[in-house]
Design a protein around this ligand. Structure first.
Ligand SMILES: [Zn+2]
Length: 364
């Protein structure tokens, strides 16, 4: 009888966890929701986030912190997005808002309050993240945008900064749409780059770079990492090589060299599946995979297993692919599933937690 009661209680609780990792917010477009107060209260948010991660674990699932996604807050419904996160056991998302061309043109603004609105609508799921460093806000005047970012991050207490596009080819979608303005080159060692690295070096707040893999871009990166050893840099899209002819020196050995020589370089794991082809070169650009259906190259598995805290799960949701949570989670989990069990936990959420809070997460 006692055993039966215990089993029943266990079942009831596991169903509660499974059904509701955190309250699902009302149906509202995030862009219309009132802003959360700033400076952000990271102590309160941290305890909500811990609870949510724990609930997903208790449900027997591997929670994921999505360290890199961006969005148009006017088009995203808080309730629907929360449900798609729950269905895929995405615990948290560092969702960075985008300033659209129209808003930029109308009043020259370099900033978007979307992260405040996201946290206001759903504090259990959103890590407040600074505005995306993409076209036009970053590309048109990189220094001015970095300056604005630094002042907001300091004033409003953002724990992480969004992705800055220093070298960016058109994505497969942009390529097909002919959006050549998304072919971007801003030197990493420009005034804007120095400002950003210097701020991160001083504050310990991490930032993300989109930096296509080209041999000629590796030396400037190493120069900046040497000059600013405490800057926390997340190089997005591990091993996403779009033109192999331009990237002869890059591979797991080179990434190992970076990790073993520079204490604060990290990599996110947002890349295409094994079948994904870059239209500009017609090459399979996600180089971590063996041929489709044949898993991950062993050298990448070995590297990540040796240095798991340098690798971060990410979905890379964007304004033109906000409905890709399930698809991108499937690719991400297919990759993570090749790693040893303990490494999976680190890469899925422990590494992100440590990066943001400088301490280990207390859930086991
Ligand atoms: Zn990117």
């Amino acid at each position: 009888m006692k055993t039966l009661i215990t089993i029943s209680i266990f079942l009831i609780f596991s169903q509660i966890y499974a059904a509701e990792y955190s309250p699902v917010p009302d149906s509202v477009y995030i862009g219309k929701h009132p802003e959360a107060a700033v400076p952000f209260d990271l102590t309160t948010l941290k305890s909500l986030w811990e609870k949510r991660i724990l609930a997903i674990k208790k449900d027997g699932q591997l929670p994921v912190i999505d360290i890199e996604s961006s969005f148009d807050s006017g088009k995203i419904n808080a309730k629907n997005y929360a449900k798609s996160m729950d269905n895929n056991q995405i615990a948290l998302t560092a969702f960075s808002p985008q300033v659209g061309m129209e808003k930029y043109k109308d009043n020259g603004t370099l900033w978007h309050d979307g992260a405040r609105r996201a946290v206001g609508a759903d504090p259990s799921r959103y890590i407040p993240t600074s505005t995306s460093g993409i076209y036009p806000v970053f590309t048109k005047d990189p220094s001015a945008f970095v300056q604005e970012t630094i002042s907001r991050v300091e004033k409003e207490n953002y724990p992480i900064m969004g992705e800055f596009e220093f070298r960016h080819y058109m994505s497969p979608r942009q390529y097909k749409r002919g959006e050549t303005y998304r072919d971007v080159a801003v030197s990493l060692d420009s005034d804007a780059g120095h400002k950003l690295f210097r701020f991160s070096d001083r504050s310990g707040i991490s930032f993300q770079i989109h930096y296509e893999i080209e041999d000629t871009l590796l030396a400037p990166l190493e120069k900046m990492l040497t000059k600013y050893p405490n800057a926390k840099v997340i190089w997005c899209h591990l091993a996403q090589v779009r033109y192999s002819s331009r990237a002869k020196n890059y591979g797991p050995n080179y990434v190992r060299h970076l990790i073993e020589n520079y204490p604060n370089i990290y990599f996110d794991l947002a890349f295409g599946d094994a079948g994904s082809v870059y239209p500009g070169s017609r090459e399979h650009h996600a180089r971590v995979w063996n041929n489709p259906g044949h898993g991950v190259k062993q050298a990448w598995i070995d590297l990540i297993t040796d240095h798991p805290y340098r690798f971060l799960a990410a979905l890379d949701i964007g304004g033109d692919r906000m409905d890709h949570v399930s698809k991108n989670t499937k690719t991400l989990r297919a990759f993570i599933g090749n790693l040893p069990k303990e490494t999976q936990d680190v890469v899925a959420y422990k590494a992100a937690w440590k990066l943001i809070f400088n301490e280990d997460i207390s859930v086991r």
